[in-house]
Design a protein around this ligand. Structure first.
Ligand code: AGP
Length: 604
């Protein structure tokens, strides 16, 4: 999730832009930049890595008097983290910063190249500034050119654009990515992609809504809605605390990240759902040349997404698939064959066991792919191929949105391989894509669900442990649910295949044994139901998560009626995450930073 700041006023602009970007560092980034327009001339600075690198680059620069400026911290989604790919992006007489993904950027880029524009970066963002200048050069007024540019963009965006053609103005647009305007009694004007950048500088803010756009200059706030009608800005008060601003009003980063899943899942799919096929611009046909099987290698939550993927890979792509704990893989002297595609999955891209396993595979000459959330991480740099999960920074130690985007990417990858291997018809892939498109809506947190898990959580604070049970892909989901609860409640939990309970664990069944049973309608429902009945008959305390009530359960968390088991998977995932969080809250634990844990385990 990139960070955006903007300023119009007479104070020293560079310093204000850098201060604003610092307040957005919590969003995570791999490069940063600013552009300042003063007396018709631009000064721009960009740097890789942390903001201190950018500060060094512009240390000898300062503005005097009125200026307009924009700034940006970039979390790479299209194009590697490089200075050229850092924002702001420039045209001949304009600069732009952008947060989000322009889904049709390749088509627009081709059009602009044919129109004679020169692109410097690999990013989707750069098409915006060239489109604007193209329309301006066709004779449009600057605002008209901005409107014409917005009309061409598909996808999610928050944009700030400055141009020498109107050097006291900042054009802005908001669609799918956050953007806020701030004002103060000194008539200064600010932009921020989060309140955090505006607290302490502004007295009031305008939270822009999707489709709203316009421009600011010293005298004007011109705001238009998606019907292009001028609207009166709604001024609001700012939150007091920066930390609560960073959590954007949620109690914990984990809570915020559970609520963000719907949005980041849309990001993970943007530009990748084609017409009857999956599009991964990061891959090419060579990835499967000579490949006979796949090995996933990862840890923790990333192991659970790999295990879920193994069902989809064999079912849809008909490719033999193995899954290994990295900490086991690296010492068991595994057979490494070049006919194996070695896939590491990691939110951080730095987990020591996974990284060392990747090095072993590379040393043995295997082709490697990283499914990762942090571009420029060690695993990304080492792997032959990378697919970014696009979850944005995940600050909660207990992984949520990273898991969700990993599963979505792996589901898409199974379809991508199914097409390459000819194991699914175009129609069948198109049907799966239709289902994929429903995932963001299915993961939007409803008040009813959150309230249900909050109320239920009081019943699960003690007892001698939890079983989370499920079949097929719901077994890895059960493992994930068990891990979520374990790592933030410190209660003992186990994930187990439903069908395995009678092979020993059912001996534990009694009223103090809590079982969270996943009962999807569209995957082995009757089998899983009978497993639950076996537990119920022995008076275990059971909470069923399903689209229909189960009379032999003590508690029930409803999900909506779905037409595909993977939609049930994602809905149950949200319920499990919320239930774990609410139990941990009642136990008074530190939800975001549980004891003994680190966000990235970079040691053995
Ligand atoms: C997940 O909730 C845990 N924090 C942990 O299991 C994590 O998934 C594991 O350490 C792997 O991390 P990675 O995805 O960054 O490699």
């Amino acid at each position: 999730m990139c960070g955006i700041v903007g300023y119009i006023g007479a104070r020293e602009t560079k310093g204000l832009l850098l201060e604003g970007l610092k307040e957005l560092e919590y969003r995570g980034y791999d490069s940063a930049g600013i552009a300042v327009l003063q007396q018709g001339a631009f000064k721009s600075f960009k740097a890789l890595g942390k903001l201190v690198n950018l500060e060094e680059k512009c240390a000898n620069y300062a503005t005097e008097g009125f200026a307009v400026g924009i700034g940006h911290t970039r979390w790479a989604t299209h194009g590697k983290p490089t200075e050229l790919n850092a924002h702001p992006h420039m045209g001949q007489f304009s600069y732009v910063v952008h947060n989000g993904i322009i889904e049709n950027y390749q088509e627009l880029k081709r059009e602009m190249i044919e129109a004679g524009k020169t692109f410097l970066s690999q990013t989707d963002t750069e098409v915006i500034v060239h489109l604007f200048e193209y329309y301006f050069e066709q004779g449009m007024e600057a605002f008209e050119a901005f409107q014409a540019t917005l009309a061409r963009l598909e996808g999610a965006f928050a944009i700030l654009l400055v141009t020498t053609s109107l050097s006291e103005r900042i054009f802005f647009a908001k669609h799918g990515s956050p953007l806020i305007i701030g004002i103060n009694a000194q008539h200064e004007k600010f932009f921020g992609s989060s309140d955090a950048a505006l607290i302490g500088k502004c007295d009031q803010v305008i939270y822009l809504n999707d489709g709203e756009y316009g421009y600011l200059d010293p005298e004007t706030i011109a705001l238009f809605n998606k019907e292009h009608k001028p609207i009166t800005p709604a001024l609001c008060a700012l939150p007091e605390s920066k930390l609560s601003a960073q959590k954007e009003g949620y109690r914990f980063f984990m809570e915020k990240e559970i609520y963000e899943q719907s949005t980041v899942l849309s990001d993970a799919m943007l530009g990748r759902l084609g017409d009857g096929e999956i599009l991964f611009e990061e891959l090419d046909s060579a990835i499967l040349e000579g490949i006979e099987n796949v090995t996933f290698c990862s840890c923790g939550t990333s192991y659970h997404s790999a295990l879920a993927a193994s069902y989809l890979f064999e079912r849809l792509a008909k490719i033999e698939t193995h899954v290994a704990f990295a900490s086991e893989f690296r010492y068991r002297e595994p057979l490494l064959r070049k006919s194996t595609l070695f896939v590491v999955i990691s939110q951080s891209g730095e987990t020591a066991d996974t990284l060392e396993s990747l090095k072993m595979a590379k040393a043995a000459g295997l082709r490697t792919l990283a499914i990762c959330n942090v571009d420029n991480s060690s695993m990304v740099r080492l792997s032959d191929y990378t697919i970014l999960a696009r979850a944005g920074i995940e600050k909660g130690v207990a992984s949520t949105k990273a898991f969700a985007t990993q599963v979505a990417v792996l589901w898409m990858l199974s379809l991508y391989f199914a097409k390459a291997r000819g194991t699914m018809s175009r129609e069948a892939i198109a049907a799966e894509i239709t289902t994929l498109r429903e995932v963001p809506a299915k993961t939007a947190v409803s008040d009813a669900l959150h309230e249900r898990t909050r109320r239920l959580s009081k019943r699960y604070l003690h007892g001698h442990g939890f079983f989370f049970i499920g079949r097929d892909v719901f077994y890895p989901l059960a493992l994930e649910g068990a891990l979520k609860l374990k790592e933030i409640s410190y209660l003992h939990t186990e994930g187990y295949p439903s069908g395995e309970m009678k092979h020993g664990p059912i001996a534990l069944a009694d009223p103090e044994l809590f079982t969270i049973a996943l009962l999807p309608r569209h995957m082995l429902f009757d089998k899983a139901k009978s497993n639950v009945e076996e537990l119920s008959a022995r008076d275990a305390t059971i909470c069923v998560i399903s689209s229909e009530p189960f009379e032999k359960a003590d508690d029930f968390i409803p999900i909506s009626t779905c037409n595909h088991y993977m939609l049930e998977f994602f809905e149950m995932m949200v319920a499990l995450q919320l239930l774990s969080m609410e139990i941990a809250v009642r136990l008074g634990n530190d939800v975001d930073m549980p004891r003994n844990l680190a966000k990235s385990v970079t040691v053995e």
